[in-house]
Design a binder for this molecule. Structure first.
Ligand SMILES: Cc1cc2nc3c(=O)[nH]c(=O)nc-3n(C[C@H](O)[C@H](O)[C@H](O)COP(=O)(O)OP(=O)(O)OC[C@H]3O[C@@H](n4cnc5c(N)ncnc54)[C@H](O)[C@@H]3O)c2cc1C
Length: 476
């Protein structure tokens, strides 16, 4: 190969072919194979690659690098629209979107963590929320049901008066988050029974004539003391005597949300948690998808914001992609870029710079102070004028869920349509035919998922504006 061919390769981008050809090799292999001059690699391609992937050049898939380059620099033209959000995303995007749902009768349950799917053949019937602890106590003339939500870090409670519990019978208590438990009064003793079917987690009903708990989903039936009588459940219901303030009355339950369609918009750790539960209850054909997802990886990126008592030189570029240092990959002079911080700098006379540190898995367990020590020489190298400046304040954000676009991972990524007909994946880790990345990938995959649902319902899908999947020199 002659130098310059890397330019032709980029301009001849063709997603279908390049996905097939280049995922097995790394960014470094690509640079070598296409004889890229070292200075061009170091000054031009490497900072771009590192600023996008926050990872080591020897590990990143060449096909993802070519796609990223094409998306940002050659393909993001024509009718693809990229709107800049000038302001606070919470106010500009999140709150209007939430109002839109709520005004149309939707429900938003913030802080719920989904950990498993309830499936029936090819269809997902519901999603399970992460288990919540329910404690049942008897005191002060009543039964107190206390729900501890480890995700929301909240506690809710409900009181049932003893006189309201029928003798030799059960009363149903619906808790927040679609959970149910039953409280019974038998021979002077109070009994608490989990109202969650042990087969697929549906909420049970108590039939006081037939003296059994009935599951509306798959016909499971349980006796009044929780034993399995009929249907698919294998395990009895959890049942406790409520004698007083005793931990014996703890019931661990997870809420189930039922629906017609499900879109999982989780990050890598979230989808991997769901997948590790799903491989236990999926058939061989469907299990493959979850096994592949479990092989996907994340990497760590750390964002450090530092307030200096001295300003950078006025001719400094406010954004810098850096390739010559081990840790710092990007810097942003926020005192010049962000309106709120500009204002704050004017008042305090301090100068704020953000540094993004990548490929930093080895720094995961290091303290904030230790990390500052490690990156200080790099800051001094980038900004010699700040070597004698004081660091007045600093804050750290550690992201260990950053999607890793490592070589050999392309075929592990599922498409938006999952192996279940009413379940869709969205996020920057999902595979699409469209060359997009990061936030745009999250948006595009969400639009594709929405279009699948519209088509299932017989409605017209919406247009999706996307960059070209081919470069201007691609052949055929
Ligand atoms: C420092 C930094 C700078 C970046 N800069 C840019 C940039 O300039 N441009 C750009 O396009 N991209 C940028 N990105 C990348 C961008 O943030 C991501 O690509 C994008 O957020 C991915 O969106 P997502 O919806 O796939 O995942 P996320 O935004 O990670 O959202 C997933 C959500 O799912 C939740 N979740 C996880 N598991 C569960 C579960 N089991 N149940 C319920 N909820 C769950 C998580 O809490 C999270 O809120 C940057 C990222 C970082 C860290």
């Amino acid at each position: 190969m002659k130098s310059g061919t890397i330019g032709l390769l980029i301009l001849g981008y063709d997603k279908k072919r390049y996905d097939k050809w280049f995922d097995k090799i790394s960014f470094n292999d690509l640079m070598k194979e296409y004889d890229t001059p070292e200075n061009i690699q170091k000054v031009f391609f490497e900072p771009f690659m590192k600023a996008g992937f926050f990872a080591d050049e020897g590990e990143i898939s060449a096909s993802f690098f070519l796609e990223l380059f094409h998306f940002y620099l050659s393909g993001n033209i024509g009718d693809f629209r990229c709107y800049h959000i000038g302001g606070n995303p919470q106010e500009k995007v999140i709150e209007p979107m939430m109002r839109h749902f709520l005004d149309r009768g939707g429900r938003i349950n913030l802080g719920s963590e989904i950990e498993n799917l309830m499936v029936d053949g090819d269809t997902v019937k519901g999603v399970y929320e992460k288990s919540k602890e329910i404690y049942v106590y008897r005191y002060d003339g009543g039964i107190h049901i206390i729900k501890n939500d480890p995700v929301e870090k909240s506690v809710s409670s409900k009181k049932i008066l003893l006189q309201d519990i029928p003798e030799d019978d059960y009363i149903k208590a619906d808790l927040e988050g679609d959970q149910t438990i039953f409280i019974g009064f038998f021979g002077g003793e109070v009994i608490a029974v989990s109202g969650e079917c042990t087969h697929a987690g549906c909420s049970l009903n108590w039939d006081s004539v037939k003296r059994r708990f009935l599951c509306p989903c798959h016909g499971g039936q349980f006796s009044e003391d929780g034993g399995v009588l009929n249907g698919p459940p294998q395990n009895p219901l959890k049942i406790f005597k409520v004698n007083g303030k005793s931990l014996e009355s703890q019931i661990v339950q997870s809420a189930v949300y039922n629906g017609d369609y499900f879109i999982i918009a989780a990050d890598m750790p979230g989808i991997k948690r769901i997948s590790s539960n799903m491989i236990k209850n999926s058939d061989a054909e469907k299990r493959g998808e979850f096994e592949r997802i479990l092989k996907l990886k994340t990497n760590t990126c750390i964002v450090v914001r530092i307030w200096f008592n001295k300003s950078t030189k006025p001719d400094r570029n406010p954004v810098g992609f850096v390739s010559s240092y081990k840790y710092i990959t990007v810097y942003l002079i926020l005192s010049r870029l962000n309106e709120d911080i500009k204002e704050c700098s004017k008042i305090t006379g301090l100068h704020c710079i953000e540094f993004i540190i990548s490929g930093a898995s080895e720094l995961t367990d290091i303290s904030d102070e230790g990390l500052l020590k490690v990156i200080s020489p790099e800051i001094g190298g980038l900004f010699p004028e700040l070597r004698d400046a004081g660091m007045i304040d600093h804050s750290f954000m550690r992201h260990d869920n950053y999607t890793f676009f490592n070589k050999g991972s392309l075929n592990l990524r599922p498409p938006v349509q999952s192996v279940f007909k009413n379940l869709f994946y969205t996020g920057d880790w999902v595979y699409t035919d469209i060359p997009v990345f990061f936030m745009e990938k999250a948006v595009i995959t969400a639009k594709i998922a929405a279009n699948y649902i519209l088509s299932h319902e017989g409605a017209m899908p919406n247009n999706i504006y996307s960059p070209n999947s081919r470069g201007i020199l691609s052949w055929t």
